[in-house]
Design a protein around this ligand. Structure first.
Ligand code: GDP
Ligand code: MG
Length: 451
């Protein structure tokens, strides 16, 4: 993503007054960047000509626009064209909307390791939260331990499940599971299937047999976003034997470039419905073409950041902490609660992806950033877990009055006195920052009152 925004900005900043030359300059830079992000070469060249057409033949006024507006126009055109590419609204595929009080069967397909079993549970939890009665069926009898994996996930998520340790036929297990859940009036029945390492003939035959047996209302293809260019060919191969109605893109949290997914969508003419953003059950989002492209272009995703902020705003704990802050009565316990919220909001790395420019500022290495941030949170919680109630309910000055407390906490948490001291200083810095904010606000109010 970083490379694309850099390329575009670089080309735009260097553009001269000749409009056609500056468009071509920019298109060259963006094409290179898209190719580096695994977008297929044919797509890039068709994209290039459609953007060029829009900008140069679209309106003769474009050429006379001032530099900044011209830059905005070019960026917007690139953005829109990319969104169009992965937004299959115009295609014949209808979005799947399960109906209540009837049994909707959803079947998962995809290669081994793509994330089917993990995503099955994520989708089950998603629909359960919308009030559907959801059940999971494990029709993977190929891989040893497949049923246990699904079972563990299902138990954790509190979703009823069906599978067998002894029945060797995936078709039979799938049929039995679906029949059982249908009888019990389940509204969503998700069938997990096996995947092989390769797209063997036998995998496709098994898929077709299961599909014929359970007659899914929706077939979902799970695609690993990190596989790059191969995604296109994989989606095509699956589409030939199973007419899946949508794609779920997994592992969007890593350094997946995502460009391969665009090619997969274009090749199979099938929309992406959800994305997986981590190994946890809740690392799952509805797919939005706009935020996907924004991320890829390095434009940041303000919308998802706003959502995160919004969810914290309504949090009771957050309100309590804010109230204490406002009154200048901040304790270490408040600090701990606040840090818990931040870590719950998602890793810092995810946040930096959402804020334009921030990732670059941090050196662009989100993987490393994520690891060091997670470690920082862990240390922070270890330290605070070793504090007494009295210490937690204080403003921290007690540690400086009685330094032996720091040594005790360091011992208990397996950290150093320096780390404990660092944490308390960090907390004090935050406190004084809040204080000066509050004072500034008071000062402003004074001024306003005086006027
Ligand atoms: P299956 O063989 O298709 O059923 O794939 P699994 O569901 O067993 O997943 C394979 C691996 O990918 C597991 O280690 C999962 O935890 C991991 N995985 C699945 N989805 C995601 C995701 O969205 N992000 C990350 N980081 N890992 C994922
Ligand atoms: Mg599996």
């Amino acid at each position: 993503g970083k490379k694309i925004s850099n390329a575009v900005n670089g080309a735009l900043n260097n553009s001269n007054d000749d409009f056609v030359a500056s468009v071509d300059n920019m298109l060259k830079a963006i094409s290179t960047a898209l190719l580096q992000n695994d977008v297929n070469i044919k797509l890039v060249s068709s994209l290039r000509s459609s953007i060029r057409n829009k900008l140069i033949n679209g309106s003769s006024d474009n050429a006379s626009l001032p530099q900044q507006q011209r830059k905005n126009l070019i960026q917007k055109t690139v953005f829109d064209e990319l969104c169009n590419l992965i937004d299959c609204k115009s295609s014949t595929v209808q979005e799947f909307k399960p109906r209540k009080r009837t049994s909707n069967v959803i079947m998962f397909v995809g290669l081994q390791g793509a994330g089917k079993t993990t995503t099955c549970t994520k989708l089950a939890v998603y629909y359960a939260s919308k009030g559907f009665k959801v059940g999971l069926v494990c029709a993977d009898t190929f891989r040893a331990g497949a049923f246990d994996q699904l079972k563990q996930n299902a138990i954790k998520a509190n979703i009823p499940f069906y599978g067998s340790y002894s029945e060797p036929s995936p078709v039979k297990v799938a049929m039995e599971g679906v029949a059982k859940f249908k009888k019990e009036k389940f509204e969503i029945i998700i069938v997990d299937t096996s995947g092989r390492h390769q797209q063997e003939e036998s995998l496709f035959e098994e898929m077709i047999e299961i599909s014929n047996a359970v007659k899914p209302n929706q077939t979902l293809m799970v695609l690993d976003a990190s596989i790059g260019q191969v995604a296109e060919q994989q989606a095509k191969a699956f589409k030939e034997s199973s007419d899946f109605g949508s794609i779920i893109l997994t592992k969007m949290d890593g350094h997946a470039k995502g460009g391969g997914a665009i090619s997969a969508v274009a090749a199979s003419q099938t929309p992406i419905s959800f994305i997986g953003t981590g190994e946890h059950i809740h690392d799952f989002e509805k797919f939005s073409p706009q935020s996907f492209i924004k991320k890829m272009l390095g434009l940041g995703d303000i919308d998802s950041l706003k959502d995160m902020m919004e969810s914290v705003k309504h949090d009771k704990v957050a309100q309590e902490v804010q109230e204490n802050m406002r009154q200048g009565k901040l304790t270490l316990l408040d600090f701990r609660k606040q840090m818990e919220m931040v870590s719950r909001m998602g890793s810092m790395a995810k946040m930096t992806q959402a804020i334009p420019g921030l990732s670059d500022m941090m050196g662009g290495n989100s993987e490393q950033l994520m690891q060091s941030t997670n470690q920082m949170f862990k240390t922070l919680f270890y330290i605070m877990d070793s504090m007494t109630k009295k210490e937690l309910n204080s403003d921290g000055s007690i540690f400086f009055k009685e330094p032996s407390r720091m040594a005790r906490v360091a011992r208990g948490s397996g950290t150093s006195v320096g780390e404990v001291e660092g944490l308390i200083q960090q907390f004090h810095q935050m406190g004084s920052m809040m204080n000066s904010n509050a004072q500034r606000k008071l000062h402003q109010e004074d001024l306003m009152a005086a006027n």
